[in-house]
Design a protein around this ligand. Sequence first.
Ligand code: GUN
Ligand code: FE
Length: 453
Amino acid sequence: MTTRATTTRYRVEAFHTPSPDRLVHLDDHVITVADGAIVSVQARRDDPEPVDVDLVGDHVVLPGFVDTHVHAPQWPQLGTGLDLPLEEWLGKHTFPLEARYVDLGFARTVWQDLVATLLAHGTTTAAYFATRHPEATVELGRVCAELGQRGLVGRVAMDHPEMTPPDLRDAGADEAVQLSAEVNLELDALGSLVTPVITPRFVPACTDALLSGLGELAAATGVRIQTHCSESDWEHEHVATRFGRSDTECLEVFGLLRQHTILAHGDHMADGDLRRAALAGAGVAHCPRSNMLFANAVFGVRRARELDLRVGLGTDIAGGDQPGVASQMSLAVAVSQMLEDGVDRSVSPGRRGRPGSRIGVVEAFFLATAGGADLVGLPVGVFEPGRRFDALAVRVEAGGTGRASSGLRFWDGVDDEPARRFDKVVRLAGPADLAHVWVDGVRRAGTAGSAAA
Ligand code: GUN
Ligand code: FE
C-alpha cells in the first residue's frame, strides 16, 4: 500500500540567507512542501499552478529561528536576580530552582509553558539543557513532540562534589554516564522532532571521570554534545587553574569537542581555541543578551566566522532575560559595534575598540537561522529542496493603519527596496507580528485568526 504525500503550496514573499553575506529575496515565489519537506522553490511565473496558502502582499516569510542555547528549568526565573555574577547567580537562584524538577508535575507545567511561548516567538528549533533528573528530561522531549517544536534535549550531567549542591548532583560518574545514555535512548524514540544531546553542564561542575565518560559515550553513540565554554573570567580561570589548559583544549582532551558540539558563550576563547573548535566541527552559541550580564567580554563573532567557526544565536534563558531569538539579532549587531568602537571615552579612539568586529543585520539573521541550523546539524534554516519546512509568516501593516504595536510598517515610496524591508522585519518584528509559525510543515503557533495549512 502506498500513502500519498500531503502537499501544501505556499505563495510567498520570503527572505533567507544561504550564506552569511548573501541575503536572498524571493519576490513572489511558490514553496511546495510535501510531508514537511521542501520539494521546490520556484518563481510564481515559472509555477502558475494553484496554491493552498497565498501570503503575498501583507506577509513576509522567513525561516524559523533556531535558539542554540536554552536552560529549560530556568524559565520560571526569567528576568530575576541578574545583578549577581554568574557563579553567585547559579548558587543562589538557579541550582535551588533546578532541584525542584524531581517533581514531574512541576516540570511538565513549566515545559508546556516554555515550549508554547518560544514557538509563539518563532523559535522553531531549540537546543535545551533540561535538568539532572532523567524523568523530567524525557518529559521535555515529550512536550516538544506534542507541541511540535524541534527540540535538541539533554540531561544535565553534573557530579563535582565541591561545585554542585547535593540535591542536584549525580551520584557518581559511572551512574551519571549510564543515566545520560538511557535518557538519550528514550529521547531518540520520541520521533523525528526530538534529538538527544550529551550535556555536561560545564567543566567546573564535572569530575574528570564524568567528562571522559561522556566523551566515550559520544564516541560510541555519535550523539551530539552541548556544554558551556569559556563563558566568563571566573569560568575560564577556574578551568585554567584546574587543568593548566583552556576550556576548549580541556573539552578536546576529554573527547567532547566533536562535529556539532555546541559551546555556549565562548567569550574568552582565544584564536587558538576558535581554530581548534572549528577544526573539530564544533561551534559557539552566541548569547549577546546573557553575555552583557555575565560574560565580562563581548564574543568576537566576526573573528570566529573568519576562522570558519560555526556560530548560532542563543537566548541562554534565564541568563538572558528575553524569550525570543529576534531580539538577540539586533543585539548581536549592536554589541559587535561596541566591540569595534570600544566603550570607554577616556581611552583614545584608536585604542578604544577592536577594528573589524562589526557584523550587519544580514549576518545576524544568518546566525539566527542557517548558522544555527548548521551549528546544531539539522536540515532547516534555508528554503531549499530537501530541507524541512520550518518557517514564519510575519504580518506587515501598510503605513498609516496604526495597528502593529511593534512599529513594523511598510510605507509606500519609503520601504520599496527589499533590503530596507528586510532591515525592518529583522529589527522590529515581535511575537504579535507572527501570523503563522510552521514546524515540519505543520502550523504550530501564530496570531492569525484562521489557520493556514
Ligand atoms: N554555566 C554553568 N551553568 C550555567 C547556567 O545555567 N547558565 C549560564 N549562563 N552559564 C552556566
Ligand atoms: Fe547557559
